[in-house]
Design a binder for this molecule. Structure first.
Ligand code: ADP
Ligand code: MG
Length: 334
């Protein structure tokens, strides 16, 4: 029923940020090299994500916003080799349940783009030709207009501004972990933040943090053959002045997914506070950490919004990271 649909939707689509997260992930899964996020009235009037990816084929259009439709995996066993963000087939359908969705799309084989207006059930209401180039544009208008309580939350100007800040942080996370993709964030037509395509995580971070910060960071890259894990980190040098700063500027990823890593943050805090010998180090301000493991070694199936990823060998990996920080940031004098 439509009530059940509204309830399940509200687990995936909980906020403006969650909409942007799902749409950016779809654009990345589609192989886009340019992703533009547009907000009108902090996303409440309109959220739009424009990409230049593979587009949705004419055969898939009718299904794309149906519950559990995904073009990305065909069975549970595929989860062991998951290389995409999406696999549940829930986001687009959920978005249709809580906003007015239009999808404009053109594949490499189509002569012309088509714009599809979707109804609450994720069915195509009507289709008309459009002039956009190859790629997909999803726009969601009047988010939560049928969920008065959720809409009420956004009547507060301060909360709206905070939400837009979170959108900016999220766009930066994806931009940092996908250096080769161009990202633009616009709010009511003006550019809030943008990054052109660059070649490395270093260059992407340079764009976000600036050269004086980068000069104080160490670049660490290691593999652990036993745990089958790889890590790339940018961390403050032992004597870096910026360690004392307390604003939160960390980027944490597992297999390209932005995640919370409370344990790793703790490991970092311990390592740095041990040398500073006072408790000024509340948070490691500038940290980039990307853990890559075989898809078999993680469980991304915990929650619909997937910000918590379960590493099967979490304790061993944290221990390894801790030793790595000790030996590369704080090596013992010979
Ligand atoms: P999932 O990402 O889990 O497959 P979604 O509900 O997010 O589920 O998307 C449903 C389907 O719609 C995708 O599997 C894909 O085929 C198609 N799709 C959605 N967004 C895009 C996009 N930006 N480019 C190409 N295809 C898309
Ligand atoms: Mg998706």
């Amino acid at each position: 029923s439509s009530t059940v649909r509204l309830l399940t939707s509200s687990q995936v689509i909980t906020s403006v940020v969650s909409v942007i997260k799902e749409l950016i992930e779809n654009s990345l899964d589609a192989g886009s090299s340019s992703i533009e996020v547009r907000l009108e009235s902090h996303g409440l009037d309109r959220i739009e994500v424009v990409d230049n990816g593979c587009g949705v084929t004419a055969e898939d259009v009718a299904f794309m916003a149906q519950s559990h439709f995904t073009s990305k995996i065909s069975g549970v066993s595929d989860l062991d080799s998951l290389a995409t963000y999406g696999f549940r087939g829930e986001a687009l359908g959920s978005l249709c349940a809580v906003s007015d969705v239009n999808v404009t799309t053109k594949t490499g084989k189509d002569d012309v783009a088509m714009t599809y207006s979707m109804d609450r059930k994720g069915c195509v209401l009507n289709a008309k030709p459009s002039h956009l180039p190859k790629g997909t544009t999803v726009s969601a208008c009047h988010l939560f207009k049928n969920l008065p309580v959720r809409r009420q939350f956004y009547s507060n100007k301060k909360k709206l501004r905070e939400e837009t800040k979170r959108v900016e942080d999220l766009v930066k996370q994806f931009a940092v972990i996908h250096p080769d993709v161009r990202f633009v964030l616009r709010a009511d037509k003006s550019v809030v933040w943008q990054k052109s395509a660059v070649c490395s995580h270093y260059q992407a971070l340079l764009h976000v943090w600036g050269s004086s910060v980068m000069a104080q960071l160490l670049h660490i890259q290691e593999k652990n053959q036993d745990l089958l894990v790889e890590i790339e980190m940018f961390l403050p040098k032992a004597d870096a002045a910026i360690v004392q700063m307390k604003t939160e500027q960390g980027f944490y990823f597992v297999n390209h997914r932005p995640v919370f890593m409370k344990d790793v943050e703790k490991v970092l805090k311990q390592a740095y506070s041990a040398v500073t010998s006072d408790d000024r180090v509340k948070k490691i301000s500038y940290a980039f950490l990307h853990v890559q493991v075989s898809p078999k070694e993680i469980d991304v199936n915990l929650e619909p919004n997937k910000t918590n990823v379960l590493l099967h060998k979490k304790d061993e990996i944290n221990e390894w990271i801790s030793q790595l920080i000790q030996s590369s940031v704080f090596p013992r004098p010979e």
